[in-house]
Design a protein around this ligand. Sequence first.
Ligand code: ZN
Ligand code: ZN
Length: 329
Amino acid sequence: MGYELHPPCAESKSVRYGIMKRGKGASHFDPIYRTGELLGDAWSWMILREAIFDGATRFGEFQERLAISPKVLTARLGMLSEGGLFERHMLEGRGAPVEYRLTDMGRDFASCLLSAMRWGLRWQETKARSRHRTVVSHERCGHPFVAEFRCSHCREPVRSRDVGVVSMHRASADLIGHKRQRMPDLDVIDRSGTCPIAYTLRVIGDRWSSLVIRECFLGTKRFSEFEEHLGIATNILSNRLERLVHLGVLIASPISDQRTRFAYRLTEKGHDLYGVPLALLTWGERWLARGESLTKLVHKPCGHRLRALFCCGSCGAPASFDDLAFRAR
Ligand SMILES: [Zn+2]
Ligand SMILES: [Zn+2]
């Protein structure tokens, strides 16, 4: 297993697991949790997909393309605007509609969408793959764009098993556990069964599932450990673990001496998902950070602190939204 959680000896267990009283400042910054808090749920990803891939800017365009309820759409556009991913612009004329224009922060979310897309394209059914509609290319090299993260120090692609955890700050388990986190209807989002991003969102599109997956990457295996680290209710945890096993992301194996207990491990499909939490972490640290993030990862092959660079998998060069061309098929 590539993940080790090195317990910082000097710190108490409660600090290690981020179970601290709420307060201000960098010591409480958990980029993945904050990103989840900002986005809400999978609908926000789909709204951003329409804006980034297809240039949608108006309420009606989002509604028509996503067949989303007006109430949910209003709430999500409000959240994303307040969070700084969209800027609202009034168009000329009385009663004219508002345009939602992406900010730099919003455009940069392309790295998260493209990481989700890469995984979806790799793992969804072949038939669905051939029908998917947007082709993304890297203008600098002219090749199809496949998201890849590289280590900023040695420039090698980052694989989940090559990353170690030096320190990790989790949002307070109390805080997470008390938040109402209803599961969005992920089947509705993936209705057409052809969008690779929607396919990935079936796995990570609700907040509990994404936090459970993050725990797996940190080396958590047992039910009781997930419960302790997340402050999650037993029934919700069983449901999410079962679902992730069903989706082929986790495998449950009985713990030798206790037949009723299981250890949960990432499958190959699960390990390959690593780019998505890494994209969220990188994006969150860039745009939401207040001070230094306490999440410190190390790239084992070169031994340096991991700072992930979003790159083109075809030519290996660092990529940004401006280098990409989105073309509807
Ligand atoms: Zn490296
Ligand atoms: Zn390229």
